[in-house]
Write a protein that binds this ligand. Structure first.
Ligand SMILES: [Zn+2]
Ligand SMILES: [Zn+2]
Length: 149
């Protein structure tokens, strides 16, 4: 994944939240920064670990709820039923996930555009079989990560 421009994120998010009359508090900013630095989606527990002593747990959960409501973050459902959060695709860009079915780690992966167009063609064909107009796809790859082999 390309390392994102955190200032550009803050500017875009401030604009979106102010439309909704929601304040972009320091706690919410901290959550966005942790998510933007991470190599993959993070669970509430993982975020809490990163902000021990700085963000109270109740405020962290409220921040996650508000950021999700405002479509700044989206949920990711892992192989073992763990819910994680990541920045929405309009911020982070289109990507996929490598999900380890052994330890549950979820890592972001960006594909070369030639792969993306092959997947898009395939998805369109599958859609056509059901008279369905495919627009987008979500693809997680499940398997075993390097640490678990
Ligand atoms: Zn693993
Ligand atoms: Zn894709």
């Amino acid at each position: 994944m390309n390392k994102p421009d955190i200032d550009a994120f803050h500017t875009a998010i401030t604009a979106r939240l102010s439309c909704r009359k929601v304040r972009y508090t320091l706690g919410r900013k901290a959550v966005v920064e942790s998510l933007s630095k991470s190599n993959g989606p993070l669970s509430a527990a993982e975020l809490a670990d990163l902000h021990t002593g700085t963000i109270p747990l109740s405020s962290l959960y409220r921040s996650l709820a508000i950021l999700e409501d405002s479509e700044i973050i989206t949920r990711h459902f892992g192989a073992n039923g763990v819910t994680r959060y990541e920045l929405a695709e309009w911020l982070l860009g289109h990507h996929h996930h490598l999900v380890c079915t052994s330890c549950g780690t979820v890592e972001d992966v960006s594909l070369p555009s030639s792969y993306e167009s092959q997947i898009h063609t395939l998805v369109e064909e599958v859609g056509k079989l059901s008279s369905f107009q495919a627009k987008n796809h979500i693809l997680d790859i499940e398997g075993i990560c390097l640490r678990c082999t």
